[in-house]
Design a protein around this ligand. Sequence first.
Ligand SMILES: NC(=O)c1ccc[n+]([C@@H]2O[C@H](COP(=O)([O-])OP(=O)(O)OC[C@H]3O[C@@H](n4cnc5c(N)ncnc54)[C@H](O)[C@@H]3O)[C@@H](O)[C@H]2O)c1
Length: 300
Amino acid sequence: MSELRYDGRVAVVTGAGHGLGRRHALELAARGAKVVVNDLGGDRSGVGASAGPAQEVVDEIKKNGGEAVANPDNVATPEGAQAVVQTALDAFGKVDIVINNAGILRDKSFKNMSVEEFDAVIAVHLRGSFLVSSAAWSHLREQGYGRIVNTSSPAGLFGNFGQANYSTAKMGLVGFTKTLAQEGAKYNIKANAIAPVAWTRMTEDLLPADFADKLGVDQVTPLVAWLVHESNEDSGEVYTVGGGRIAKIFVAEGPGYGQNSTLSVEDVRDNWAAISANEPLTVFRNVGEQMGPLIQQLTS
Ligand SMILES: NC(=O)c1ccc[n+]([C@@H]2O[C@H](COP(=O)([O-])OP(=O)(O)OC[C@H]3O[C@@H](n4cnc5c(N)ncnc54)[C@H](O)[C@@H]3O)[C@@H](O)[C@H]2O)c1
């Protein structure tokens, strides 16, 4: 089988100074991409800043014979996100691939979560992904090519104790990804999301230590690399990945219940089994498709 290459492609990877982003940057660079390694260089909760982590990854890429440039900006500000993309334009003349990966944690039970803790997490994960994608979008559209991967989380898709801020941001990224996929379709821009599990500084005290070796970041990057390759045709999808396992995660709708007369509270009670039924499931590709059963009912 032929090796997948990224020669001639320019990739921006946010939060690439550590963990998953670092691995994505190293892999793409090793396969021929020119890479902007962005990282603010703060601690796990987003406190502090240092140009060191991004530069260290760039040094490693260069030592391995690859091409990369460091960017230490904050993806959560419009100026910072603009500077990330501008770094790609200045150094390499274009941008083809955006991997929104930067992230922080401020875990607290909902009872104890402050507005600041909520806002700070939304700002990096959700606003940061919006801002960096937005800064790149006109370039991707104009060249008629783009590959975007947003980093969601199982915690967002399924909820997790102590992560009301994080899970809100991560589920928000699913809606964001699906809309970018639809708006980007005619420009050959594909946008997908991953919900990874990996042993990093973000999770080392959350995941069982026995699995540390098996949950390496190198078990996540192959999916990301595939999704940003030119031969990937899928868009608007979400995949969970980690420890050697990959699966697609769906937003699906049950068969439901419908009637043409005005619905009463008693109708809801009396038809609760049909309303709650889990099967058969339908996966809709857009809101137009999702309206289909309703339109059918309204016109029947
Ligand atoms: N590790 C997991 O199991 C797991 C699970 C689900 C989701 N994720 C997501 O994967 C992504 C990477 O996480 P990780 O586990 O590699 O953690 P990590 O802490 O090793 O990496 C996150 C990186 O983002 C950088 N960063 C933080 N705020 C930034 C900002 N404002 N601007 C630029 N860079 C910033 C950090 O400096 C850090 O290098 C995150 O979005 C995280 O939420 C990870």
